[in-house]
Design a binder for this molecule. Sequence first.
Ligand code: ATP
Ligand code: MG
Length: 567
Amino acid sequence: MKQSMTFIPTLREVPADAEVKSHQLMLRAGFTRQNTSGVYSYLPLAHKVLKKIEQIVREEMNNAGASELLMPALQQAELWQESGRWYSYGPELMRLKDRHKREFALGATHEEMITSLVRDEIKSYKRLPLSLYQIQTKFRDEKRPRFGVLRGREFLMKDAYSFHATHESLDEVYVKMFTAYQNIFSRCGLDFRAVIADSGAMGGTDTHEFMVLSDIGEDTIAYSDTSQYAANIEMAPVIATYEKSTEEQKELVKIETPDQKTIEEISTFLNVSKESCIKSVLFKVDDKFVLVLVRGDHEVNDIKVKNLFGASVVELATAEETIKALKCVPGFIGPINVSEDVEVVADHAISSVVNGVCGANEEQFHFQGVNIERDAKITQLADLRFIQEGDISPDGEGTIKFAKGIEVGHVFKLGTRYSESMNATFLDENGRTQPMIMGCYGIGVSRTLAAIIEQHNDENGIVWPESVAPFQIHVIPVNVKNDSQKDLAEKLYTEFTQSGYEVLIDDRAERVGVKFADSDLIGLPLRVTVGKKAEEGIVEVKIRKTGESFEVSVDELHEKVKQILGN
Ligand code: ATP
Ligand code: MG
């Protein structure tokens, strides 16, 4: 492609509103432009990369036995009403009306659409399993669109769905999809981890998120420093055991602690360790108040609270609710002398606290000498805290470290969540009607594009992995007004193209400094500069990734390029 004829609007300045590297570089290197919040145009270079990622996705999906289709983005409200998500999805679902005032949604995901499609056509176990996928624009009115295309309101997703007669069949396909995802993200040159994720209200245990390791990631991953174990921090069980001190139990005493509300404050004020403080956090679990106790140096994991009660909503109680439930303002609440309406549960670590400190349910007062079994009524002891760095890994191997990750993909065993609500059934071998068992598998294609840039850049610009680079070779005639330079550059451009490479030639009448800066910014794997030595048949080759450069005679050039690019 000739640079003079395409559209690569590069910028010298770092755009002020772009916080993260990938967003800055996509703007600066002329890959994207924002139209409105969370809505972007993908310019020719980005479009080329998207097509490459899509190609990798297609190859791996087809290989996993899935067939591609394309479903509507415009979806009638009735479908979403059938599954119940018309009411539960909330404002993230973009809704609109047609001229007849009928309601529609713009597809945020396609479980409803595909379930209705398959249920109308497939009636027998003989036609199962079936895996289908599409690559399509999705719409989600995100609360906080940010980081460029990493969190857009309109974005490109690959979504796959599988339908099964048995759980074993779903398990098999899940493994295939999992492997396909590993291949896809490896081929995209990404450093990632497949982490155990929260299956939320869907039930079931098998769901993994594919996380690209990056400091700007919104999710925290807990991983073992020695084994393959990795989980979303919310999901990692704590297997630590706690030693109870042999200290003699003291008497319970109420003490005045004016304005000492946080664990930090109270431990300093009383000169005790955080480990001997009991943190009491009041939640509303569905419609019930639950007081959760964790050790002062730990944090409550609300997902674990939610799972313990099989609840659908777990929220921190507000100040008003706290006063109502415990007759005390937040900051001084605790598990002793609470009414029957409030259930008290505690993390395992609490049972090892001897002579601890907790709020007294009286403003400006705490208890000291607390021994929980003696002084409070705990209904359940469970794993209720977040795992921490330094904890034993849940698989028993190594210790836990934290990393940040960007979720690029998600594989999920849906079970019968949609088939039951939408009546997608089949006849099994015994002629009995059964709901289809389903899986779903998403990849953020446009997010993957940004994630690749996030991991592959240097101070001068993007450094594309070859597998997804928009072009492999950047040919740069230093001076297009010089005929021998121009002719040689064009000759090389044609030859490389004929050899099957994708080539970009900077045929613009720009200063060479500008061309080089743009070239680094765009970040193609190999640059071939045709300058003063063109007449002698010598050009310069530069490898973007290593910065290594050398002169080569035109005779040896093709062989050299073949060695470097390897095809
Ligand atoms: P997130 O937690 O980041 O909001 P999600 O759990 O809502 O993601 P899924 O519903 O599992 O995401 O969608 C499948 C994939 O689509 C995600 O793994 C992610 O890569 C991508 N994705 C989701 N939301 C966005 C978005 N707003 N912009 C770009 N990609 C997205
Ligand atoms: Mg989301």
